[in-house]
Design a binder for this molecule. Structure first.
Ligand code: PEP
Length: 258
């Protein structure tokens, strides 16, 4: 499968932001006004968990809702956790796993990421699994090694690769205003796709959607999305603004897919 056949995918990560009113405004004024072809672009947004119900109710059908995180446990005596089963039961079809802030602020380990992937897979939940290197690691030439370790760690948790999207998010680019250059992002996405080819199969590698995340804006999106191995974005800050609509439009109008 050529890149032309991979449906682009953009996720908005609202992190721990928003009020009942601001999120309502964002849905009505931005997301529900975005025009795009759902055959070309898949759009997903991740509100905080207590906003999921209202966002689902307000959104038009062309945008899906994701959880920002999922528990590595099942249901039971695990205070504060939301299980994969509960997301599925609530008709939430997507979750992010291993976001940089989960890993670096809350100390989530590769082993926990692997458990979460296994839980998501066990109920058929789609997961966007995030990986990325720190600046010192890139400067030391360790990027591919770091990414390989993160990918190796959850590989055996996956039974159905069609329910996995990989988000490459260099830690140095998240929330810093320093978007990776298209060349750097493309080179790294190419490495990730080669890992999938070597460790899973050529077919899965060709179909795998790999998002770039890290200070994506409406200005940087067009050139990034034109790279052959970049299939979409994970967007933090800009997904809370009207600009998110422009990022969706840039994807919809890009020539990287047929
Ligand atoms: C993110 O939260 O995954 C992210 C990429 O944030 P930002 O776009 O603000 O860098």
């Amino acid at each position: 499968m050529e890149s032309a056949q991979r449906k682009m995918i953009v996720g908005g990560n609202w992190k721990s932001n928003g009020t009942v009113q601001s999120i309502k405004d964002l849905v009505n004024d931005v997301l529900n006004k975005a025009e795009f072809d759902t055959e070309r672009v898949e759009v997903i947004v991740a509100p905080i968990s207590i906003h999921i119900a209202s966002v689902k109710a307000l959104l038009k059908e062309n945008v899906k809702v994701a959880a920002q995180n999922v528990s590595e446990t099942g249901n039971g005596a695990f205070t504060g956790e939301i299980s994969a089963e509960q997301l599925k039961d609530f008709d939430v079809q997507w979750t992010y796993i291993g976001h940089s802030e989960r890993r670096n602020v809350f100390g989530e380990t590769d082993a926990q990421v692997a458990n979460k992937v296994a839980k998501a897979q066990s109920v058929g939940l789609n997961a966007i699994v995030c990986i990325g290197e720190h600046l010192e690691q890139r400067e030391a030439g360790e990027t591919n090694m770091v990414l390989k370790k993160m990918l190796d760690a959850f590989k055996d948790s996956v039974k159905d690769w069609s329910k996995i999207v990989i988000a490459y998010e260099p830690v140095w680019a998240i929330g810093t205003g320093k978007t990776a250059s298209p060349a750097i992002a493309e080179e790294t996405h190419k490495y990730i796709r080669s890992w999938v080819k070597e460790n899973v199969s050529e077919e899965v590698a060709n179909g795998m959607r790999i998002q770039y995340g890290g200070s994506v804006t409406a200005a940087t999106a067009p050139e990034l999305i034109s790279q052959p191995n970049i299939d979409g974005f994970l967007v933090g800050g800009a997904s809370l603004k009207a600009e998110f609509k422009d990022i969706i439009t840039a994807m919809n109008n890009s020539e990287s897919t047929a």
